[in-house]
Design a protein around this ligand. Sequence first.
Ligand SMILES: Cc1ncc(C[n+]2csc(CCOP(=O)(O)OP(=O)(O)O)c2C)c(N)n1
Ligand SMILES: [Mg+2]
Length: 368
Amino acid sequence: MSKKPSATIEQKPAANAAHGQAPVNASLSKGQKIELFRQMVRIRRFEERSHRAYTGKNANGGSNIGGFLHLYNGQEAIAVGCCSLMGAHDHVITAYRDHGHAIAVGMDTKALMAELYGKVTGCSKGKGGSMHFFAPARNYWGGHGIVGGQIPLGVGLAYGVKYKGNKGSAMAFMGDGAVNQGAVHEAYNLAALWNLPCIFVIENNGYSMGTSQARSSAGELAKRAEGYGMAWGMCDGHDVYEVRATMDKFIRRAHEESKPAVVEIRTYRYRGHSVADPDNTYRTKTEIEDYRRTKDPIQVFQATLLAEDVFTAEAAEQIDEAARAEAEAAAEFADASPYPTVEDIQKDVYWESDNPTERKSEGRLFFN
Ligand SMILES: Cc1ncc(C[n+]2csc(CCOP(=O)(O)OP(=O)(O)O)c2C)c(N)n1
Ligand SMILES: [Mg+2]
């Protein structure tokens, strides 16, 4: 993707061409395929630009971005593949590694970068930061910091879809580390018991912070669905066609039969757990480079689209240039935006304190 592609990158199309033939992919127009590629590149460039902002200093010598920054580099095909399948009543909720999904559902990167900078123009008015991107109008319900905490909320979203009689689903994303949380199992149980259209998507990047899957989790992660009588599936997350072909089956099933499922998507993250977290103690450089060289989702899809004659290398380069410029413009916008005021600090935190006259609860508010 860079102007001078690294000589070490093996630009090969995805190994299993059958996924490109799946109806959900075969029916895509050239323009739609290019759009999938563009989204992945936009995510990659946004993440790289935010990494630079995080490690750099602002004009006053302070940090541009406070708090944590968990980057999505390497996992782009999952958010893009899954969100590209969303209809009017499909919802998404995820953990703190939430930038990719936000871009994939169509959020404006200026509002996202401003949120990272803690500015009032951010999507959460500068009060959420990296882990709390939200866009209710796009059925995107965040952005959650408690590992596994978003999963019962995802079941609630699916309950809402069913209760309203809509043909939809909730995709509740989690990492491989979240599967051992008790709340995830309570959520599995209710989704299965009540036949809720919830698809639990495990983005298995092999590590929870510095702990490998082998050291933390027994058995096959998705297969645990069987204990709850749920369907399950697995696929590789570096091939956007494969992600779409796999997820399409479960989304259709959720729409038609209101049935939950667990889908494990194998992937890899290139950066440390967060930017502040060192990445030199639990895995080797060779492991990261091997993945990048053979399975980088953007490189793989670029090679696939070149082989399919969907676009030229020059067109891919232009998409990359535009994505870099967009990320740069987002950083400039964030930098130039004001911070929220002290007076606003308690606004937009609790609905009830913003709407005291309409509040429904009796008794003391927040126990004061
Ligand atoms: C309940 C809870 N326990 C611990 C943490 C600290 N913590 C933050 S992220 C993380 C690892 C989660 O890894 P995984 O679910 O694989 O997601 P990934 O970071 O790989 O996307 C941990 C232990 C937390 N935020 N919440
Ligand atoms: Mg993980």
